[in-house]
Ligand binder design. Structure first.
Ligand code: G3P
Ligand code: CA
Length: 261
C-alpha cells in the first residue's frame, strides 16, 4: 500500500471499536471504551447480559472466568457480587502494560457505558447475548435504559439470536435491529424487508471470501463487518463501497488507514 495508500477512492466507512478497543485495552470496560473514543471511533460495540438480580451488565461470555479474576455464570451472580471482581487484571497486550490501571477496572453496567459515551454522541452497537440463555425481559430493560439517556437514535441492537431482535422490534418499532451472521444467507434482501432489519452484521470472511454478493445499488440497509484486525483486510474492506462500518479490536490502525484514503 506504500505507493497508493490503502484505498482506491475516498471512503465514508465508519470505524467501530469492538468491545471497546480489545486489542489494546481490557474488553468491555469503561477504560477500553474511553480509549476507543480517544482514538476517534464513530461508534463502539459492546455485549450485554443479565445478572441474577436483573441488572444489565456488559460482558461477552456467559461466565466471567475468562475476563475477570472471578468465576461463575453471570445469571447466577448479583451485580454486587460481579462488581467485586477485576475485569482488567487478566488482560495482556503487546502494547504498553499498565497493570495497576487495568486491574482496577470493574465489569460495567449498560447504564455506566451510556453515561460515559452519551456526551460524545457516538453510535453504540449493543449486542444482546441471548443465544445460550434467554435472559427473560432483557429486551425491555435494554430499550428502557437507552431511552433513559434519550440515545435511541444512536443505538443499533444486534444479536445472533433472531427472536431477541424481533422482540425488540415489537416493543419499539423504531428500534434499529441488525442480525449477526457467520454464514451465507441466501436472498438477504427478503430477510431484510420481511424482518424489518436495519442492517446485517457480517463476519468478515463472508465478504473477503466472496460469499456475500455486494448489492449492485444501495438497498436501504447497512452492512457492518466484524471483526477486522489485519491491515490487509482493513484495506480490502475500506475499498468495498457497500460496507458502512468496520468493527475492529484495533481502532487506531483502521483509523490511520482510513486517513490515508
Ligand atoms: O458484533 C460483532 C461481534 O462482536 C460478534 O461476535 O463473539 O465478538 O461478540 P463476538
Ligand atoms: Ca459482540
Amino acid at each position: 500500500f506504500q505507493k497508493k495508500g490503502p484505498c482506491e477512492q475516498m471512503t465514508q466507512t465508519k470505524i467501530f471499536g469492538h468491545r471497546g478497543s480489545m486489542g489494546t485495552s481490557p474488553e468491555n470496560t469503561l477504560l477500553g471504551f474511553t480509549h476507543a473514543i480517544e482514538m476517534g471511533v464513530e461508534g463502539i460495540e459492546c455485549d450485554v447480559q443479565l445478572t441474577k438480580d436483573g441488572e444489565l451488565i456488559v460482558v461477552h461470555d456467559e461466565t466471567i472466568d475468562r475476563t475477570t479474576d472471578g468465576t461463575g455464570f453471570i445469571k447466577d451472580l448479583t451485580l454486587k457480587e460481579l462488581k467485586a471482581f477485576s475485569a482488567g487484571s487478566k488482560f495482556s497486550s503487546f502494547e504498553q502494560f499498565d497493570e495497576n490501571r487495568w486491574s482496577k477496572e470493574k465489569i460495567p453496567t449498560l447504564e455506566e457505558v451510556l453515561q460515559l459515551i452519551a456526551p460524545y454522541n457516538i453510535e453504540l452497537n449493543i449486542e444482546l447475548k441471548t443465544t445460550l440463555f434467554p435472559y427473560e425481559g432483557i429486551e425491555e430493560k435494554v430499550l428502557g435504559t437507552v431511552k433513559q439517556f434519550n440515545y435511541s437514535d444512536k443505538v443499533i441492537y444486534s444479536s445472533f439470536h433472531l427472536p431477541s431482535l424481533l422482540r425488540l422490534k415489537r416493543l419499539d418499532p423504531e428500534a434499529k435491529i441488525a442480525w449477526l451472521l457467520m454464514y451465507r444467507l441466501s436472498r438477504p434482501m427478503e430477510y431484510v424487508s420481511s424482518l424489518q432489519l436495519e442492517g446485517l452484521h457480517l463476519h468478515k470472511d463472508l465478504l473477503l471470501r466472496g460469499h456475500y454478493d455486494p448489492p449492485v445499488e444501495h438497498l436501504g440497509y447497512s452492512i457492518r463487518v466484524w471483526t477486522v484486525n489485519q491491515e490487509q483486510e482493513i484495506a480490502q474492506l475500506l475499498n468495498m463501497a457497500h460496507v458502512e462500518t468496520i468493527m475492529t479490536d484495533f481502532p487506531q490502525v483502521a483509523i490511520a488507514f482510513r486517513a490515508m484514503c
